[in-house]
Design a protein around this ligand. Structure first.
Ligand code: NAD
Ligand code: MG
Length: 416
């Protein structure tokens, strides 16, 4: 089954959870892929190891202070080294056949735009870019004729079920959500949740930021917005269903009552393999999927009243202005503050809602971004406001439950 002939590929964010899974798949069929660029923010050891193992042409480290060490470590290997934002952008501008976009957060937007501008196949794992700037991002992809391949498991599932030629016959689309580690807890019980507890996802193994997003369900909120831009059927057609087994990733219901569901083990190698081999198929290295072993599958509608993150995302979609940019920025700041032990878990969503309402109430503060400069400006403003609010709150409330001052937080390095 020699379907994938030597393709030039790059992996942005190769040391992260998605990045490592991608590297594993590339390595399993090393003779079919020629690795151009690998990038990481600060995990220099793993970046160098991957670059040497996969014989990459270039390794880029985001943290510029690590550039001398990168050169030292890769001396004599023939691998070109680069660093910092400019190094990332130059690497992103290098045309390849396929790129994995797996840098977490809005820091990914500039390199992602450069990657999209080259017009190849773009495996899109990052969801923040689409949540914050979906309309403009999709327009950029259309202009360059880049082939966007969604990697987020729900969106990859919809992509496999969705026929854009027959979109008018779609009745509704369901995104499933595991519900995260606190699905059955009351708000009171979540007051003293620590980062270590929130990072324990019941079904998926992921990076720190998305794990916290899954615990607040903001991950599903961001995914609703992401889905709206990737599959333009109208946001009111998207539903969220709680499904603790994380086996069904999405369902597309047609007007005749047929419902197509996509299933797989909760393992990101499955959607990554789909995107890597597209339009062919390749083995993902997972055990053969056996529904009989799983036995029963549970579903219940995710109530937007019970899960405020879904309500906030839905409101941002309804407003159709810069709200989604603000929501995403405020969420990144609030999640980082929680991981740094500066914000309670239960204060993450109120912090986001506070900034959204504050900016919506200020005349002219929340227009619809017309271009990416507007997006970056709105993002900067929302981050500043969120940080100010969090700092003000922290000053007035010094009794956070998990603030042993000076104790290093092991989760911090994962967040840029
Ligand atoms: P992660 O934190 O494990 O990895 C992030 C990667 O980005 C690392 O390689 C890191 O070095 C790099 N990075 C971080 N900040 C950077 C910066 N400022 N500049 C350059 N590089 C930087 O994250 P992840 O879980 O792999 O998620 C990556 C993206 O994919 C996120 O947007 C996430 O929402 C999305 N996603 C992840 C999963 C999953 O299962 N992990 C599933 C669906 C979608
Ligand atoms: Mg997902």
């Amino acid at each position: 089954m020699d379907v994938i002939k030597s393709r030039r590929v790059s992996v942005f964010g190769s040391t992260g959870s998605i990045g490592r899974n991608t590297i594993e798949l590339l390595e399993a069929r090393a003779d079919e892929f020629q690795v151009e660029v690998l990038t990481a923010h600060s995990n220099i050891e793993l970046l160098c190891e991957q670059a040497v193992r996969l014989n990459a042409k270039t390794a880029v480290i985001g943290d510029e202070t690590l550039f001398p060490e990168l050169k030292e470590r890769l001396r004599g290997t023939g691998i070109t080294c680069a660093a910092g934002a400019s190094g990332l952008l130059e690497a992103a501008a290098r045309p390849v056949d396929w790129t994995m976009v797996a840098i977490v957060g809005m820091d990914c937007l500039k390199p992602a735009l450069e990657i999209v501008a080259q017009g190849g196949c773009v495996a899109m794992a990052n969801k923040e870019c689409l949540a914050a700037a979906g309309k403009l991002f999709m327009e950029a992809a259309q202009r360059s004729r880049a082939r966007l391949l969604p990697v987020d498991s729900e969106h990859n599932a919809i992509f496999q079920l969705f026929d854009p030629e027959r979109a008018e016959w779609i009745d509704y689309i369901t995104l499933t959500a595991s519900g995260g580690p606190f699905r059955n807890n009351t708000l009171d019980e979540l007051e003293n949740v620590t980062p270590a507890q929130a990072l324990q996802h019941p079904t998926w193994s992921m990076g720190a930021k998305i794990s916290i997003d899954s615990a607040t369900l903001m991950n599903k909120g961001l995914e609703l917005i992401e889905a709206h831009w990737l599959f333009p059927v109208g946001h009111e057609k998207f539903r969220v269903m709680l499904h603790p087994q994380s086996v069904v990733h999405a369902m597309v219901a047609y007007v005749d009552g047929s419902v197509m569901a996509h299933m797989s083990a909760p393992d990101m190698r499955v959607p990554i393999a789909h995107a890597l081999a597209y339009p062919e198929r390749m083995r993902a290295g997972t055990a053969s999927f056996d529904l009989a072993k799983i036995g029963a599958l549970d579903f219940e509608p995710a109530c937007e009243k019970r899960f405020p993150a879904l309500r906030l995302a839905r409101t941002a979609l309804e407003r159709d202005d810069g709200s989604a940019t603000v929501l995403n920025a405020a969420n990144e700041v609030a999640v980082a503050a929680f991981l740094e032990l500066r914000l309670r878990f239960t204060d993450i969503l109120p912090a986001i809602e506070g900034v959204l309402e504050e900016m919506a109430a200020a005349p002219g503060a929340l227009g619809t971004p017309q271009n990416f400069d507007d997006v970056f400006e709105l993002d900067r403003l929302a981050r500043r406001k969120t940080l100010e609010n969090i700092n003000r709150r922290a000053r007035s409330r010094r009794n956070l439950p998990h603030t042993p001052a000076g104790v290093p937080n092991p989760h911090m390095e994962k967040i840029a």
